[in-house]
Design a protein around this ligand. Structure first.
Ligand code: OOG
Ligand code: NI
Length: 459
């Protein structure tokens, strides 16, 4: 690979260029970045253990550049090409998200890096959804939407050329990669001109606001970019103090001493001026919003099942009239509040590190001990394996609160992963297998470190 720029480098350059573009497009996003940086500084100053742990595991650098974004695509061909674009940046599709159950006619995946070194360098991820026109009963409007989508090309000609170069040569050189980043930005840019007249926009919007958002514009404008905050309750309070209109509820699990998965809050979408085709063509459209998130520990399939069960019971209580925060608190009373408890119950994925025992004179590591025993006896320490993915229930809540969509019943028929993968041109990775493999690798490495220290064999 002579002269090829590493995909991690291209991804970092792209995520930073996108952040700069979004800052000029949505100045409130810049305010949010300041707020998050202030909060993170405060948290790290007041919690030296956390500061130290993050430094040790080389997590501080990524925190400052960590973002996720979201785009909504209209056709299978767009998804397939975007997959190739992200591949150049070392991002692959992980997970299948069916949002039809929540009344949003899309399914999605998360493009993200999967190697640990790449995640440490820059874990930039993009929630990428594909419109499912087949869920729309109105055949006439469905046909109209298809026709409009067939007319557009969301990628620049030069972007397509550079993709072919990258595929043929296995990468891009410095000049090509710089150009590539600029060309891909065009796909994510906001267009204040619609491609349709206001009547068409309104008709599509009346079926679902998301359909109008996907169909009526030249490209799939990035609709938010989310920085990672270390204490979301603190940040939420600070948003209020600074006069930013945040959502009332934080999505995700309630506050806990050991944060798990993902907790998110957003400020409301902007109502933005749009020029439609034809006369009397001024109107507005809401699509873009601000969001912040706190990331916690990844859960095992069993942990995830327990979490989803508790969440469902809280939602059922809320539907019965219990205050939402109270219902969540009650449902999660039985949820463990330390990493050790989560680990010993098999609910969380962890990273193993050599513990203190391996430095103690004269102690010998016995073979055949379980990971739990090795932790209990001090041979190994554990730390949280950060959750790198998304939560469909939160995502549906985010979609709804920002598109102004009424809460509607789910679409019938459920998800269609096979169809999504056909459109994508490849299978999506299983997030659980990735966490499992990371945990196993850390175990092997930690054990090697324990054995590497000369042991005096008690003699
Ligand atoms: C995507 C919403 C999903 C998240 O943080 O869960 C998402 C969208 O609104 O297009 O970004
Ligand atoms: Ni988001």
């Amino acid at each position: 690979m002579p002269n090829h720029v590493h995909p991690d480098e291209i991804r970092s350059n792209f995520s930073s260029a996108l952040s700069d573009m979004y800052k000029t497009e949505v100045p409130l996003y810049g305010d949010l970045l300041d707020l998050v940086a202030d909060t993170n500084r405060r948290v790290l100053q007041s919690d030296s253990t956390l500061m130290h742990a993050m430094e040790e595991s080389d997590q501080l650098h990524r925190l400052n550049v960590e973002r996720h974004g979201a785009v909504r695509l209209g056709t299978a061909a767009e998804l397939e090409t975007l997959r190739r674009v992200f591949a150049v940046m070392g991002m692959v599709p992980v997970g299948y998200y069916d949002l039809s159950v929540a009344g949003v006619p899309v399914h999605a995946t998360a493009f993200r890096p999967i190697e640990e070194a790449s995640l440490r360098r820059n874990p930039f991820r993009v929630f990428t959804s594909l419109l499912r026109l087949e869920l729309i009963d109105n055949a006439e409007l469905r046909g109209e939407a298809e026709k409009i989508l067939a007319r557009r090309d969301i990628f620049t000609g030069r972007c397509r050329e550079l993709l072919d170069v990258a595929d043929a040569e296995g990468g891009l050189n410095l000049a090509q990669s710089t150009e590539f980043v600029q060309e891909v930005l065009e796909t994510f840019r906001w267009h204040s001109e619609a491609t349709v007249d206001v009547q068409t926009y309104r008709r599509l919007r009346s079926i679902h606001p998301l359909i109008a958002d996907v169909v009526c514009f030249k490209g799939p404008h990035i609709n938010h970019l989310t920085p990672r905050v270390l204490d979301i309750d603190d940040a939420q309070a600070e948003m209020k103090a600074r006069g930013i209109k945040a959502k009332t509820d934080i999505e995700g699990p309630p506050r806990n001493d050991c944060p798990v998965l993902l907790r998110q809050t957003s400020f409301l979408a902007l109502d933005e001026p749009i020029r439609f085709v034809g006369d009397a063509a001024h109107g507005t459209h809401t699509a873009r919003f601000g969001e912040i998130e706190q990331r916690g520990c990844a859960l095992t399939p069993e942990g995830r099942m327990r979490y989803d069960g508790l969440l469902q019971s809280a939602l059922a209580d809320t539907a019965q009239g219990t205050d939402r925060a109270e219902a969540m608190r009650k449902a999660f009373e039985q949820w463990p509040n330390s990493l050790h408890a989560l680990f010993s119950e098999g609910l969380a994925f962890v990273r193993f590190l050599p513990g203190r025992a391996h430095l103690e004179q004269g102690r010998k590591l016995a073979d055949g001990l379980s990971a739990q025993a090795l932790v209990d006896e001090g041979w190994l320490q554990i730390e949280a394996l950060v959750y790198e993915d998304f939560l469909p229930v939160s995502a549906a809540g985010i979609f709804r609160s920002n598109l102004g969509a009424e809460v509607r019943a789910g679409y019938e028929g459920g998800g269609n992963r096979a169809e999504f993968e056909r459109a994508l041109g490849t299978a999506v990775r299983s997030e659980f297998s990735l966490y499992e493999a990371a945990q196993e690798r850390s175990l092997a490495e930690a054990l090697k470190a324990c054995h590497a220290v000369p042991q005096t064999d008690g003699a």
